[in-house]
Design a protein around this ligand. Sequence first.
Ligand SMILES: [Fe+2]
Ligand SMILES: [Fe+2]
Length: 292
Amino acid sequence: MRLLVTADLHYDIRRSIASVEALAERVCRTDADALVLVGDTAGAAHQPLRDCLRLFADFPGQKFIVPGNHCLWCLPGEDSIRRYEKIIPSVAAEAGFSVLDHEPAIIGETGLAGSIGWYDYSYRDEVLGIPLEFYRAKVSPGAAARLAEYRGLVEKFRDQLTDRHLDIAVRWMDGAHMRMDMSDEEFLDYVVGRFDGQLETFEADGRIRQVVAFVHHLPFRQLVPTGRPAKFAFAAAYLGSDKIGDTIQAYRKVTHVFCGHSHWQGKCKIGNINVVNVGSTYTHKNLEVLDV
Ligand SMILES: [Fe+2]
Ligand SMILES: [Fe+2]
């Protein structure tokens, strides 16, 4: 079986459009068995997601997505959990895609499991010394100092903040565009619990020889880029969680894991598992091919 995997198509962003269309043409000319888009296919507006998925209409194999954090950004009146549970699956189904988070798949003797994954700030760079409350608010101290709504937060930690902290001015935009009644830690537990159920079912199913997993966020901290400027170091908090990787490692049938999200290509082996970060950027989309 041949699987094609890509991620972070961001078809709602103008500078992504040409590279996505070129990639889709390439994909449609293949005779691979399945295609998986590993998150951040588009943002809040529904039409770019619909348009992006339709680019793959002529692909002859089965088609799957996992949502990314950008897919949970909300239009006015929407809720991110409803987007995750209902809206994204329904838009995907119109274009012949199913969402692995909700419907894991079996092709031949291979199980395909999937999850958006999430973050719990455990990948944050402790060297920065930024209090956890800034990570929860999704604003660095320098950004908080410039925004009226976060003045109280800056006041609260005034004694701990140095000029070095206040020079870091970055917001993690999930804070501005998502709405949900769960904390990030609760949402992580929720999605990882569901993913764990998929892997457990595959592990117990004698027909399945191996499992390939697809997770938007980074399941292992080894994939977090290091040595980057402080604004990227602040963003490391939002890249993923070891809870995802620990779940994967609990099951011996998982041979490959694909992720995206950091826009930073990387491959590593963790235990017996081959881990690939697809590493698409806004202007260049990567396609991974896996024969199993
Ligand atoms: Fe992305
Ligand atoms: Fe992402």
